[in-house]
Design a protein around this ligand. Structure first.
Ligand SMILES: *Cc1c(COP(=O)(O)O)cnc(C)c1O
Length: 817
């Protein structure tokens, strides 16, 4: 079968006609009177037609080559909006612009009609989406598997300075990109019990009986390569009730009861859990994890069986990547399928499992290392708990054989913690995988040297690193058209698929005319952001100030508080000396706090209080402004990132696994002020120590400070500016109506040991900001550093990261042309 080429489906000529036809037939409406949402939907369906044609051709080429495929299992994907991404990757921009204009709209305005798909919390989900884009563009046969939540991450609003959460009903108006595959419904079971029995040869076997059943329906969202000719697929599951169980109750005459059970069973895919909250004990979350895993493995096994009934070659055909521990129950589920349903011997099944799975760890925060109570797991997934116990028994026997008498080691490494009665999912993931990776070099080293030291010693070579990456298609080409055009005009278009080509910009950093053009591009983006901020908050900001931005989830370890202390100090300096020779600055902060995270919400309140005070102070007008921009999400990131001058990446060293926000900003020419944490270290190595503002404690220094460094109160007493800032916050200067509002924040610093080392890093942070000010006052020097940042960010393309996974972990070669 011939593969379609981009030109076959471009078919721009019929685009207008297709849009009209979809508005008529899909939406039951007419073009007149014009309506932006209707026009967006018509355009979306017209593009979807073209995607489906390409997808079918791609599938045919997979089956022709019978090649190994990777399955990327993730409880979260954070794609944001699709329209402009599809248009950019399919190269349909000119045609779509014309079609939009024929409908009476600018293409950008139609794009704004689309609701974000916010099916993830932040970095982890966005990483999965960047990897989908790279899988497609690199022509690596693979699929993403996840859950189609009806409600994504909550929508954040700010009311009286506080975060409020609203439900994110993103599919209320339909979602044109989602293709329901009603023909592939799979049953997924819960509860019941495991029953031993003898098969006809007298062997002891187990079956899962008396379970409840929920149906999983696949919904596909297509992911086209840049250049369009290859399309891959993100398959998201949605829960539907099973007919049998409602009928069973109906036959007993309880129709309403049956309906209630039906509705409850559909709750499984209802809502995404916000992170940072303890999820332990949340039965629905465990069911979501198993729901994803069970449906996905059914799909993988079905596809595998097309090539024959044998499982011998399974691990040569299938690679499964676990995005964090969330889908780790897949290891027990594959064992259950192979042993209980396919009747393989345990050792043969275990061999297949270990060669199939690989696990990516995303965090070293102890509260995020997932465990489930064995009681809960035994109730929801009775057979899986038995299987995990057997895996654990055999694993500990191996450990004991190698380290006789070391009971401490056994209890540290056990999958089921005998003391707490909890299943440690990370241990299961490590034992059941052939590769375990962290997401930046420092993080991977911490995994090996600290968190999973015993496992690294036990399995030499299993632990590895794949530093995260971001897709240049979305994060430069699509969201920063001004800068992209400038770059392409000078070095050609190939950088979009080979990001290391950006180094061709290096010589241009010395060219005054190019620097000037670079500044103008940034200024355009800052004007665009200023209009957006005005629309969203009513606050006017000046594009001719330094845009200092920190956008990411609100978390104590990310230290938005340290950012605020800098702002308060700068404010105090300006009040004392309004002629202070520093550039005027606009500080923008955005990010959601988990609904149950008290301290993060209190820090948002501090940001809004300081912003209100600073912005109302006529004495410093024009010198400093501060804005909390509500509802950080992918489509907002697309507006903020191209406009940033300074990117704040100031987490406590050792705590941010990698970060990907840091990469997006630097790729778009922002200079980073940051700590030696996560991928910041590798960014520094790439862009050069002189083009980044690094400050603060290193990871070992953080450990030493926690173990007993200078007490925070002594540190504060020794630093008058820090003392002043904390005193103002503590006595209610920024919130006179309730002076005690921020006491918990001060207590955490002064009385509870300042775990995140805010006071310890304060002075170094201010010194680094002084260096920022000095450089910004020299526009040519700043532009030079900005160009060199973009030019040297090629390493952080998700194409590089995905190729490393493919070669070192999945053992998959990209398909040829
Ligand atoms: C990239 C991204 C993140 C991750 O940001 P970090 O700074 O790495 O934590 C979170 N949310 C959104 C919407 C993003 O685009």
């Amino acid at each position: 079968m011939p593969t379609a080429s981009v030109t076959d489906f471009h078919d721009i000529g019929s685009l207008g006609e297709d849009i009209r036809r979809h508005i008529l037939s899909n939406l039951g409406n007419d073009l007149y009177p014009p309506d932006p949402f209707r026009s967006f939907s018509g355009l979306a369906y017209a593009i979807r037609d073209r995607l489906i044609r390409l997808w079918l051709a791609t599938q045919a080429s997979y089956y022709d080559s019978m090649t190994k495929r990777v399955y990327y299992l993730s409880m979260e994907f954070l794609p944001g909006r699709f329209l402009m991404n599809y248009i950019t990757n399919l190269g349909m921009e000119d045609g779509c612009r014309q079609a939009a204009s024929d409908l009476g709209y600018a293409l950008e305005d139609l794009a704004e009609e689309e609701r974000d798909a916010g099916l993830g919390n932040g970095g982890l989900g966005r990483l999965a989406s960047c990897y989908m884009d790279s899988l497609a563009t690199l022509r690596i046969p693979g699929y993403g598997y996840g859950i189609l939540y009806d409600y994504g991450l909550f929508h954040q609003t700010i009311v009286d300075g506080w975060q409020e959460e609203r439900a994110d009903n993103w599919r209320r108006h339909g979602s044109p990109w989602v293709i329901d595959r009603v023909e592939h419904l799979y049953p997924v079971r819960f509860y019941g019990r495991s029953e031993p029995y003898r098969d006809n040869k007298g062997a002891l076997r187990y079956r899962w009986v008396e379970a409840d059943t929920v149906m999983a329906m696949p919904c596909d969202i297509l992911i086209p390569a840049h250049g369009g000719a290859h399309v891959t697929n993100m398959r998201l599951w949605t829960a539907a009730s099973s007919q049998e169980f409602s009928l069973r109750d109906f036959n007993q005459g309880d129709f309403v009861g049956a309906m209630q059970a039906k509705i409850l069973s559909e709750n499984i895919s209802k809502v995404l859990y916000p992170n940072d909250e303890p999820i332990a004990g949340k039965e629905l979350r465990l069911k979501q994890q198993y729901f994803l895993v069970a449906a996905t493995l059914r799909d993988i096994v079905r596809r595998h069986k097309k090539s024959g009934p044998s499982f011998d070659g399974f691990a040569d055909q299938v690679a499964i990547q676990l995005n964090d521990t969330h889908p780790t129950i897949a290891i027990a589920e594959l064992m259950r399928i192979l042993v209980d349903e396919e009747f393989l011997a345990w050792d043969a099944a275990w061999d297949i499992c270990r060669h199939t799975f690989a696990y990516t760890n995303h965090t070293v925060l102890p509260e995020a290392l997932e465990t489930w109570s064995a009681d809960l797991m035994g109730r929801v997934l009775p057979r899986h708990l038995e299987i995990i116990a057997e895996i654990d028994r055999r694993f500990l026997a191996e450990v004991a054989a190698r380290h006789p008498g070391e009971t401490g080691r056994l209890s540290r490494m056990a999958i089921i913690d005998r003391t707490s009665g909890r299943v440690r999912m990370a241990h299961l993931a490590i034992v059941g995988s052939h590769a375990v990776n962290g997401v930046a070099r420092l993080h991977s080293d911490i995994l090996k040297d600290r968190v999973f030291k015993d496992f690294d010693a036990f399995y030499p070579g299993k632990f590895t690193n794949v530093t995260n990456g971001i897709t240049p298609r979305r994060w430069l080409l699509q969201t920063n058209p001004t800068l992209s055009r400038l770059i392409t005009d000078h070095i050609g278009p190939d950088w979009a698929t080979d990001l290391t080509r950006l180094t061709d910009l290096v010589p241009l950093a010395g060219d005054p005319a190019f620097r000037q053009a670079w500044r103008l591009a940034k200024r355009d983006n800052k004007k665009r952001l200023a209009r957006y901020v005005l629309r969203k908050t009513g606050i006017g900001i000046n594009p001719d100030t330094l845009f200092d931005v920190q956008f990411k989830r609100m978390h104590e370890y990310k230290r938005q508080l340290l950012n605020v202390l800098h702002v308060v100090t700068l404010y105090n300096r300006l009040r004392r000396d309004p002629a202070l020779p520093v550039p005027p600055r606009t500080v923008l902060i955005g990010g959601k706090a988990a609904p149950g995270y008290f301290m993060a919400k209190r820090i948002i309140r501090l940001v809004t209080a300081v912003a209100e005070t600073v912005n109302a102070d006529d004495a410093i007008r024009g010198r400093l402004r501060m804005v909390f921009l509500p509802n950080y999400c992918v489509s907002q990131a697309e507006k903020v990132i191209p406009a940033a001058d300074l990117s704040q990446q100031i987490s406590t060293a050792g705590m941010e696994a990698s970060g990907t926000g840091n990469m997006k900003f630097a790729l778009n020419g922002a200079l980073t002020i940051g700590t030696l944490d996560g991928a910041n270290i590798e960014i520094m190595e790439q862009v050069g120590r002189e083009n980044i503002f690094i400050f603060g404690l290193t990871t070992p220094e953080v450990e030493a400070a926690r173990a007993g460094g200078t007490p925070p109160r002594r540190r504060v007493a020794a630093d008058p500016e820090l003392a002043e800032a904390l005193d103002m916050i503590g006595r209610g200067f920024f919130h006179p109506a309730d002076p005690g509002l921020f006491t918990p924040i001060l207590d955490s610093l002064l009385d509870h040991g300042d775990y995140y080392c805010v006071t310890a890093d304060y002075r170094a942070c201010l010194d680094a900001q002084d260096a920022v000010n000095a450089l910004y006052l020299d526009p040519d020097a700043w532009s030079r550093a900005s160009i060199l940042n973009t030019a040297n960010m090629g390493y952080f393309s998700s194409d590089r990261a995905v190729l490393e996974y493919a070669r070192n972990i999945w053992n998959i070669e990209p398909l040829g042309e």
